[in-house]
Ligand binder design. Sequence first.
Ligand SMILES: C[S@@+](CC[C@H](N)C(=O)[O-])C[C@H]1O[C@@H](n2cnc3c(N)ncnc32)[C@H](O)[C@@H]1O
Length: 384
Amino acid sequence: MSTVCKHFGDCGGCSFQDIPYLEQLCKKEEEIKRLLREAEFEVLLKPINHYPEWFYRNKMEFCFYDNGDGKTVCGLYSKKFKNKVTDLEECLIFSPDIGIILAAVKDFVKAGNYPAYNKYNYKGFLRHLVVREAKFTSQIMVGLVTTGQAAFDRAGFVKLLAGLKLNSSIKSIYHILNDSMSDAVIFQEKNLLYGEPFIREELGGFQFNIGIDTFFQVNPRAIDDFYAKIRGYAGLDKTKSVLDLFCGTGSIGMFLAKDAKYVWGVEIEKAIVEAAWENAKINNINNISFAVSDTKNFLNTQSYFHQGVDLLIVNPPRCGVSPKVVKSLLTLNAKRIIYSSCNPKSLFEDLKLMCQFYRLEFVEPFDFFPHTPHCECLTILNKI
Ligand SMILES: C[S@@+](CC[C@H](N)C(=O)[O-])C[C@H]1O[C@@H](n2cnc3c(N)ncnc32)[C@H](O)[C@@H]1O
């Protein structure tokens, strides 16, 4: 099958693009069935939910690199060539505007003769280009991540980007300083060069502020539906309490708050919790609170106050939760648990422990990540 993106095969971004989309969905369903069999679950598997397959991601972190020929490229690590970066001209899972933005930034970098950072000798200047796009409001945020080893023409950078003719509009431009040794994007110092500190996304009638370093689910069109489905499955009637573990910016809790008596969210990152409070404020939600805490510590110290909670939401990062945390979750004695994860293997392992006390009602997959092997799985458990 011919692929759509000109970089497929070289770029390490997508690995399923040469598989027709319907076949990708079947493959994901088959894999979930296999994992369920392996975990010895006989449970209803709902059909996989799917959404527009192109231009779905709301965030990309592109990397500046010198592939050895002295030319600075900007793109994603190559799948084909070890220790090289594919110089991207388009990214069809991100935004129709990204080709124009990347071309302009590369011209700017070339004209200024700014060197790419070398992760082996820690020398150089340009590290990453972070671009975020709110899909329902068409607002873009750009962040240039550099070391402090040189200076750059900030005014020229802003003028260049703000003058681009795009489908969406650039509302925010940051310069991020990162002198750490880590190859990840670390937001050591954030300097707003232009526009607003946040871009705004709108989901389910709610507004969400997204900062340069805010966690937000990557596929807004999919999560709009996902959150609405969670709200349906929650079965709340304004008298029930909700505990939302790994709550991120509080979006699931906010979707549920209208139908709940009270919602508590728990999230490890302070900056994310600050964004969650801000989101609750701009949406006039007064029956929600957030705690900055590691879930494990929270459960060790606070579970007494949440005994018998009506609904527990569990939505951990890909690495999942440890068996110890699962055991602590069980001591809460929640009446219903909605556990969703982008790592079905670890999810089903956790469910095995939980099903000593809970009945697994169904598993429902959501294709949050077209053209990649990943898949989100939502599960509902009711206390036996
Ligand atoms: C998959 S996200 C879920 C976010 C949220 N439920 C949503 O729909 O946007 C996982 C979140 O868990 C947070 N997290 C990671 N480890 C954690 C821990 N040990 N305790 C609490 N939160 C944690 C991450 O910072 C991230 O915001």
